[in-house]
Design a protein around this ligand. Structure first.
Ligand SMILES: Cc1cc2nc3c(=O)[nH]c(=O)nc-3n(C[C@H](O)[C@H](O)[C@H](O)COP(=O)(O)OP(=O)(O)OC[C@H]3O[C@@H](n4cnc5c(N)ncnc54)[C@H](O)[C@@H]3O)c2cc1C
Length: 467
């Protein structure tokens, strides 16, 4: 129970807004991308800047309140919202400052990849981020960052130069390769565990106009298409980010009739480099089949950043499973295709990502807290549906599908694709680095103040210290 005077003092200490359950806007503010998450925080502090984040940490410590930290609110596990505690909501902190000459950019934690790409495009620049535009720069970078330029320029976190961090004690630190280096190591892969990042400084890259899109085959031709892609991909240059995606055409997508009668395998991606070279490189992929549709075209990088957004509409129910793949066998493809054909929801998307064998694999495993750099292929099924009544069937199917894939999946998972899956799976996201992360947590957050995340538990935790 927090006295009214304490709440009033907190409210007046903020430049941003403090929302309580009876306030208008509260219900909207507690919603996130995944409709499965329906939590009721006691307080939502919509921070306007660093001072608000510091005030929120100090208030929560003083009153023993559970906190969650929200960037753009996209994490499927829903860790950005808590029940009964304080949401430190950074989603309105949307500043971006680009330095075109230095090819760097400073970004606040409420910015999405679409917004960041928009700001960079004016200068012909782009950042290596995610595959869609709606996700947050903050959460995505702090866990890794797999996207269209990962093979050419590495993970989003490989391009992080420094970060301003509000610690569990309410202090502001700058972490970089020369300041608080241990914190900088941990932030890059297990970021939410160590503090609130209020500013990210990134290296960015020339991109301009890129060749981007998809070739589309009906599911009945998917076996051949996947086998062809496997061969194509094994020689594809790092300029190509590419992967098959299984989906059903939503009504708004203009596709030929043959692609409305059965699910689609889209093989798509982005070529970041000279257009003529890109056309030559992608030609075999675009000729194979031939596909029922070829929607590759030149576009600004900022358009490529948002071209896949239609597959993951906001406000739907989501349940995901993911793991790095041991290889790309025919049996793997057949299992995926057989299970996808039985998906209970037409909005469900399954995909294979080729992230490795490029820039991210050249960074040493020890350089950051990011889990694994040497599993080049990743599997992800994102079950998506629209009514709560369909939840049980979709969750069950997703679990059974993933069980069927166990023989093909390594004991290693990308932390940002995890749901609420328990401590063992968090360990699977960090492997041998887990113990070093615990030691870092002991140093920077010994009471586990930041626990609404894929949590690294401190070994010296006074877990009762914060209710
Ligand atoms: C539709 C969709 C597509 C996706 N596509 C990709 C993709 O292409 N590539 C990829 O790598 N990932 C992808 N992801 C996963 C994505 O990386 C994570 O969901 C990520 O957490 C999203 O960032 P956010 O800021 O929106 O997170 P939020 O949900 O706001 O936060 C998630 C967690 O991150 C931490 N956090 C957020 N902001 C801060 C901060 N400023 N300081 C400290 N901790 C913070 C907190 O622990 C928080 O609980 C996708 C997710 C979705 C839903």
């Amino acid at each position: 129970m927090i006295p009214d005077s304490g709440l009033q003092e907190f409210r007046t200490s903020l430049r941003g807004q403090l929302l309580l359950p009876d306030d208008s806007g509260y219900d909207e503010a507690r919603k996130i991308h995944n409709a499965m998450i329906d939590r009721h925080p006691a307080l939502i502090a919509r921070c306007a800047g660093v001072a608000d984040a510091i005030a929120a940490v100090k208030f929560a410590r003083q009153h023993g309140v559970l906190v969650s930290v929200r960037g753009a609110g996209h994490n499927v596990a829903g860790s950005s919202v808590c029940d009964g505690g304080l949401v430190i909501d950074l989603s309105r902190m949307k500043g971006v400052r680009v330095d075109p000459a230095a090819r760097t950019a400073r970004v606040e934690p409420g910015v999405t990849w679409a917004e960041f790409a928009h700001e960079l495009q004016s200068f012909g620049l782009a950042a290596t981020g995610g595959y869609v535009g709606t996700t947050g720069v903050a959460g995505l970078t702090l866990g890794g960052g797999l996207g269209w330029m990962v093979r050419k320029h590495g993970l989003a976190l490989d391009n992080l130069l420094s970060a301003d961090v509000v610690t569990a004690e309410g202090r502001l630190l700058t972490a970089s390769s020369t300041q608080h280096e241990d914190l900088f190591w941990g932030l890059r892969g297990a970021g939410g565990n160590f503090g609130i990042v209020t500013s990210f400084d990134f290296k960015v890259h020339p991109a301009g106009t890129v060749l981007a899109g998809l070739v589309l085959h009906p599911l009945s031709k998917a076996r051949e298409a996947l086998r062809f892609w496997r061969e194509f991909e094994s020689h594809a240059p790092e300029e190509v980010a590419n992967g098959p995606v299984l989906f059903n055409a939503p009504p708004e997508l203009p596709v030929p009739d043959v692609l409305r009668k059965e699910p689609i395998v889209g093989i798509g991606g982005v070529y970041v480099g000279p257009l003529e070279t890109g056309k030559r490189v992608l030609r075999p992929l675009r000729d194979f089949g031939p596909p029922a549709a070829d929607i590759f075209q030149p576009m600004p990088y900022s358009a490529a950043q948002t071209m896949a957004d239609f597959l993951w509409p906001a406000g739907s129910y989501n349940y995901w499973k993911s793991g790095y793949l041991k290889g790309l066998s025919d049996e793997l493809f057949d299992t995926i295709l057989a299970w996808y054909a039985k998906a209970p929801s037409p909005r469900t998307v399954a995909l294979l990502e080729h992230n490795g064998d490029g820039a991210m694999s050249r960074v040493s495993e020890d350089a950051t807290a990011f889990g694994y750099r040497n599993w080049p292929y990743n599997f992800l099924v994102t079950s998506i549906w629209t009514h709560a009544s369909e939840s049980e069937a979709n969750v069950r199917w997703t679990r059974e599908f993933f069980e069927a894939l166990r023989p093909f999946v390594a004991d290693a998972v990308y932390v940002n694709y995890l749901g609420e899956e328990g401590e063992e799976r968090v360990r699977s996201a960090y492997g041998a680095k887990y113990d070093r992360l615990v030691a870092l947590k002991n140093k920077y957050d010994p009471t586990n103040f930041f626990r609404m995340n894929q949590n690294i538990k401190p070994s010296r935790a006074k877990l009762g210290a914060i209710a």
